[in-house]
Design a protein around this ligand. Structure first.
Ligand SMILES: [Zn+2]
Ligand SMILES: [Zn+2]
Length: 139
């Protein structure tokens, strides 16, 4: 008697839900999944309150080299041509400030303001105070 092995499942059954299955904070996992789907349908990735790469709230990894993007100007000082420092206080004042380590100024550009808004939205979403605008359902 011979038995033939049958593969009924694909070798990798991937889905967006699985990507965040190991994250214990299910609120974060839900927003990550929602923003991934929304991004595929046109959400600007720079307005996200979560980070696809680092799998956390946007304000928690904004310091990572990956998020200083010379080409777009996000977290970048064009005057000095260098990455900009970010000061985030998620506890008391919940402030988000940019400061260039060379000229000491806040590179106040449209994309840097967008980055600050995304971080502030991220802090609010993490605390469950406000849902990202995308997920607001009007009754
Ligand atoms: Zn990140
Ligand atoms: Zn500068």
């Amino acid at each position: 008697m011979t038995r033939t092995a049958r593969r009924t499942r694909p070798s990798k059954n991937w889905s967006l839900c699985d990507r965040y299955g190991d994250i214990t904070d299910r609120h974060l996992a839900a927003v990550l999944t929602g923003e991934d789907v929304a991004q595929e349908h046109g959400l600007d990735p720079h307005t996200r309150s979560t980070c696809y790469v680092h799998r956390c709230w946007a304000h928690q990894c904004v310091f990572a080299p990956l998020h200083a993007i010379a080409a777009t100007g996000h977290r970048w000082c064009r005057r000095c041509d260098c990455a900009v420092d970010v000061v985030v206080d998620e506890t008391t004042t919940r402030s988000v400030h940019l400061r260039c380590p060379r000229c000491g100024l806040d590179p106040d550009t449209a994309v840097n303001r967008q980055l600050v808004r995304a971080c502030r939205a991220s802090i609010a979403a993490m605390r469950g105070e406000t849902a990202p605008a995308l997920y607001l359902v009007e009754a």
